[in-house]
Write a protein that binds this ligand. Structure first.
Ligand code: UFG
Length: 327
């Protein structure tokens, strides 16, 4: 297959690109490098520098087709930040996605895999299924839902086949090559590991008065390689199913305190932590029921244990203490 990966210089996109290449596919990475890292793009992929909002550059890149599929990772992802700068998120994640989807249709691309999120759901104290109530707690999650809904119409009107993969909390790395390096870093696991590396004095726990056993938020952490594999499977499954909406998570929830404790065990560092106020837009509990992904994609996570996930992230952070910057 010939696959166009928007956002392929990012954390998940670069790993999916590598897996696509390993499986013998031809890949073009399209990335603005606003958030992505040129060094993360596998050498065997073609690279085009461009923003998804820039339709002319997108069209030029897609003229190099025909592409069998587009995988779309090019989004801003910080849920907390989206509550401070909603316009930035609506512009990039909604207007940008529509620009990309229109370009896909104009170039006759038949399949699109979209990075959606657990952030579309109303928080629930048992595993979420895809038909559970939708109700994003933050702008970021809402932008993901808006694009899922738009894709339904593109499917009806243009026959565009799509998979919306609702990731829970992507985590872990593929050491020694690729790992999580966001700027600013807002995600719990990399922040905790930066404390272990001595780059931060402590980690802040955003609220311990949630309705959970230890009062801190519970999330479902899923290894980036397992997430990545689901994209490859979705490309195939779209031949049979024109619309796929699937949760991707391990079905096990860990509180913020449990994640920090796990990182203490893995790193051998005390990792000081301080409880501060809640962060706006955080739901108390988000855990996946991924039965549909197992049934329709044949997805089976290979690295479900949080300790293995944190250990892989720790190995990468130790070998890349400054992310990709030093390369
Ligand atoms: N947290 C802290 N301190 C920190 C950072 C995070 O206590 O310094 C807490 C958050 O409040 C949250 C949990 O750790 O309860 C996880 O936070 P992350 O920022 O790592 O992840 P989120 O759950 O907010 O969001 C992530 C992705 C989104 C995705 C969502 C789905 O960033 O893209 O998971 O669950 F939509």
């Amino acid at each position: 297959m010939k696959v166009f990966v928007a956002g392929g210089a990012g954390y998940i996109g670069s790993i999916v690109t590598q897996q696509l290449l390993d499986a013998g596919h031809q890949v073009t990475v399209y990335d603005s490098l606003i958030k992505g890292h040129r060094q993360a793009v596998p050498a065997a992929a073609k690279f085009v520098l461009g923003d998804i909002l820039d339709r002319a550059t997108l069209d030029l890149a897609l003229d190099d087709g025909p592409y069998d599929a587009i995988i779309h990772f090019a989004a801003f992802i910080e849920a907390g930040l989206s509550m401070q700068q909603p316009g930035v998120f609506f512009r990039n994640n909604v207007a940008g996605s529509l620009s990309l989807i229109d370009a896909a249709v104009a170039h006759g691309v038949r399949k699109l895999v979209f990075s959606s999120s657990a952030g579309v759901y109303v928080s629930k104290d048992s595993p979420l299924v895809e038909d559970d109530p939708i109700g994003p707690a933050n702008v970021y999650g809402h932008t993901k839902r808006m694009i899922e809904e738009a894709l339904m119409w593109y499917n009806r009107i243009h026959g565009l086949r799509f998979a919306a993969l609702r990731y829970f909390n992507a985590a872990g790395a593929t050491p020694p090559t690729r790992g999580e390096a966001h700027d600013p870093e807002t995600h719990l696991i990399p922040l905790v590991l930066q404390v272990a590396l001595g780059q931060r004095s402590r980690v802040f726990i955003f609220g311990d008065d949630y309705p959970t056993p230890d009062g801190t938020c519970i999330r479902d952490y899923v290894h980036v390689l397992d997430l990545s594999q689901a994209h490859i499977l979705a490309l195939g499954a779209l031949d049979e199913h024109p619309v796929l909406i699937c949760n991707l998570g391990n079905g096990a929830g860990y509180s913020v305190k449990e994640v920090i404790d796990t990182a203490r065990q893995i790193t051998g560092h005390s990792i000081p932590a301080k409880v501060v106020e809640r962060r706006r837009g955080d739901g108390p509990i988000l855990v996946a029921d991924a039965s549909r992904a197992r049934a329709l994609l044949g997805w089976e996570p290979q690295i479900p244990d949080l300790r293995d996930i944190v250990a892989s992230a720790w190995a990468w952070h130790q070998s890349h203490p400054h992310g990709y910057d030093a390369e």
